[in-house]
Every structure is written in C-alpha cells, then in structure tokens.
Design a protein. Structure first.
Ligand SMILES: Nc1ncnc2c1ncn2[C@@H]1O[C@H](COP(=O)(O)OP(=O)(O)O)[C@@H](O)[C@H]1O
Ligand SMILES: [Mg+2]
Length: 264
C-alpha cells in the first residue's frame, strides 16, 4: 500500500510549470512532512496525490491504481486533503451537517453513519460544537471541523496543508493527539508546513522541495543536518538543533530535552 509518483511533471492550464520530474513514494502508515519556500511546488504535489490534479507527464498511483483511471472523488476517498483554509472546505450550516455530508451523498446506512461520525468527532475533538454554525467558530476549531469531516470517510492517507497556522499551544497539542491516533490506526499523515518545530516533534521523514523539484528526502535528523539543503529550501533549523550547532555539539538531535541532556 503506497502513494507513488514516478517522474511526475505538472503544468497548469496557463502553461506554468509547477512540478518538474518528481519521484516520491509514501507508504501506508508513514508520517511525512513536505517543506520548502512558497512556490516550491508543495501544494501542487499533494493535489496530484489525491487526484485533484492529474499529471501532465509521469504517473501517480494510489495503492497501485493510476489516478488517471478513476474519478477525483474516488481517489480522494483514500487520500483525504485538508485545505489550508477551512473556509475553502466547509459548506454546511452546522458542524454535524458537515460531518454527515459524505454519508448523505453516498447514501450510507444510519448505523454506518453514526459509527463513522462518532469516531471522527472523537478523533478531531469537536463534540461540543456539533450544532454550531461553522461560521460562528474560531478559525482553530474550524480547522478541526475540516479534519473531522475528512476522517468520516476513513481515508488511508491524510494530507494536512499548513495545519499549525493559526493554532495556539492547545490547538497544537490537540493536533498532535489526532495525528498520533491516525498513526495508531495505520493511517499515513502527510503535511505541508513551514513550522520546523512541528516537523521535528511530530514527523519522521522530511521531503524538501525547491524550484518544483524534490531536493532532499530522508529522516528528519538527516535532512536538518544538511546545510546545502537548508539553504536551497530556505529552511530554518528547529531552534534547539541550531543551538546545538552553535555550541559545536556533534549531534543530530532536534529536541531541546535531548540537547539539554548532552550539555548536562
Ligand atoms: N492555479 C495556478 N495556476 C498557475 N500557476 C500556478 C497555480 N497554482 C500554483 N501555480 C504555480 O506553480 C508553482 C508551484 O506552486 P505551489 O504548488 O502552490 O507551491 P507551494 O505550495 O510550494 O507554494 C508556483 O510557481 C505557482 O506560481
Ligand atoms: Mg502551498
């Protein structure tokens, strides 16, 4: 089970090249962060993964099936995409209605609907807001409504586009809890983020993009250790890791606790 991009190129209808020869494989259950400056091709890459966009050349497969051979709705059922801005995704007039959109559309039984919605509500922590109009909710809560709505479909891969933007520390803790639960269930979590602390704390693998290509792909400690990659992708090391460098410590540790132990 995996999402596989093989030598994928994508041009928007106006001719702009957005993804240039990307090959990438993400296995079931992985946690992958895609990083890089604006315009690097990150959002286009994940939209290719969930079938919203189809490659101009090259091949994208999800669990062995070419995304060109099925509808976007079918691909998106396995590969859920949570938009950066929840307002682009939420349309119902109350939270429960948003969660029940897919069950209604697909004409699920009452029992299946209740079971899946209950699970999604639990994982996204939005139980208190079911009868509220999403427009009346703070941005951070709306994000969890958007996450809950895609979890109803029990996707095998979940893509979160800039999920930490606009979250306070409580929101961040809840997000990490949701990600942990998804991983426990074997769901792959793919994020696009500028938040290197979030990457260091919650992800195992980093894909760095620059100029519409993948310039590094590997364990978090390894990619953050490469000065050239950091420069080309205009990335900042997580603060604790930079501190370790400044102190001249020979370590690939990224967390403040690990580094404090080394200074001891
Ligand atoms: N809808 C679009 N039409 C034309 N060009 C686009 C469109 N969306 C993105 N691009 C271009 O494609 C390139 C990659 O964009 P994008 O995938 O959004 O990168 P990122 O998410 O890393 O910021 C950029 O040069 C951007 O200007
Ligand atoms: Mg983007």
């Amino acid at each position: 089970m995996s999402i596989e991009l093989t030598d994928v190129t994508f041009r928007y209808p106006d001719g702009s090249l957005a993804v240039d020869g990307v090959s990438l494989r993400i296995d079931a259950g992985e946690r992958v962060a895609i990083v890089g400056q604006n315009g690097a091709g990150k959002t286009t890459t994940v939209k290719l993964m969930n079938g919203l966009l189809k490659p101009t050349s090259g091949v994208v497969t999800v669990d062995g099936i070419d995304t060109r051979s099925q509808t976007t709705a079918t691909t998106a059922r396995s590969v859920a995409y949570v938009f950066q801005n929840p307002d682009d995704q939420i349309f119902a007039s109350d939270v429960l209605g948003e969660l029940e959109y897919m069950p209604r559309y697909d004409k699920w039984s009452e029992e299946k609907t209740r079971e899946r919605v209950t699970r999604a509500v639990r994982m996204s922590g939005i139980g208190k807001f079911l009868d509220v109009n999403p427009n009346d909710l703070p941005f951070a809560i709306k994000k969890f409504v958007a996450i809950g709505a895609v979890l109803v479909g029990e996707p095998r891969y979940v893509i979160l586009d800039e999920p930490t933007a606009g979250l306070d520390s409580r929101g961040l803790a809840l997000l990490n809890r949701t990600i942990g639960q998804l991983q426990d269930e074997g769901v792959a979590v793919i994020t696009i983020t500028h938040d290197m602390r979030f990457v260091a704390d919650s992800f195992h693998r980093v894909v760095a993009m620059a100029h519409r290509q993948v310039i590094a792909d590997g364990p978090v400690e390894e990619v953050f250790g490469q000065d050239g990659t950091l420069r080309d992708a205009r990335l900042q090391r997580p603060e604790a890791a930079q501190l370790a460098r400044d102190l001249g410590l020979q370590t690939t540790a990224l967390g403040i606790d690990e580094i404090a132990a080394l200074i001891g």
